[in-house]
Design a protein around this ligand. Structure first.
Ligand SMILES: N[C@@H](CCC(=O)N[C@@H](CS)C(=O)NCC(=O)O)C(=O)O
Length: 209
């Protein structure tokens, strides 16, 4: 069985992505948490991953240590789960969207960090506002194009949805107003049993701090 080592559910946006992908394909896995921000965090992560980061997927002797690489490995292992769109052009766009999230949106990431269990009123500058506008425009474009096929960005659930799931939680935390189609998508993502499970665990985690 796969082992997924993740950080805190309240704040580890990178951890949510492969965790959600595994839940959405209903693949059982063992989950272990290394709490972030503790004196021993760095040593504990380095003991299992020389890259010093979480999430980490362990499949027998194989270690995969990056959220996108983990999701790609899941897509390879479980082709029937359709974790990428089947059609090559849609797949290229979905990969571009995931890559844009993986490597970008720095202002949003820094100014509006993931904080699942809290609701905050925090000012952000124009670069974070531009990140939000770009995300909303990407969502609207693909939801408009694919809504006949289902409620996700590419109709059915794909890695692109896994990659934008942490942003959905940020929009809740910071009370971001969204246009109707984007709001409907955010609501749908939040209604997923897996997302509700993540929220419940984040709330317990924060309550225990
Ligand atoms: N590119 C990596 C980034 C992972 C990352 O930055 N993880 C953070 C937690 S969300 C981490 O492990 N930080 C180490 C620490 O806080 O000591 C990925 O996609 O997996």
């Amino acid at each position: 069985m796969f082992k997924l080592i993740i950080g805190n559910k309240n704040s580890s946006s990178w951890s949510l992505r492969p965790w959600l992908a595994l839940k959405m394909i209903a693949e059982p896995f063992e989950e272990h948490t290394i709490p972030l921000g503790q004196a021993e965090t760095r040593a504990s992560i380095l003991a299992i991953n020389p890259a010093g980061k979480l999430p980490l997927l362990i499949d027998h002797t194989l270690k995969v240590w990056d959220s996108l690489a983990i999701c790609e490995y899941l897509a390879d292992c479980f082709p029937h789960a359709r974790l990428w769109p089947e059609e090559a052009r849609a797949r290229a766009v979905a990969r571009s969207m995931a890559a844009e999230m993986h490597a970008g949106f720095t202002a949003l990431r820094q100014q509006l960090p993931m904080d699942v269990a809290h609701r905050r009123d925090v000012a952000h500058d124009e670069s974070a506002a531009a990140d939000i506008a770009r995300i909303v425009s990407l969502w609207q474009e693909h939801l408009n194009r694919n809504q006949a096929q289902g409620p996700f960005l590419f109709g059915h659930f794909t890695i692109a949805d896994a990659f934008y799931a942490p942003v959905v939680t940020r929009f809740v935390t910071y009370g971001t107003t969204l246009p109707p189609l984007a709001q409907r998508y955010a609501d749908h993502m939040l209604s997923l049993p897996a997302m509700q499970e993540w929220y419940a665990a984040a709330e317990i985690e924060v309550g225990n701090e």
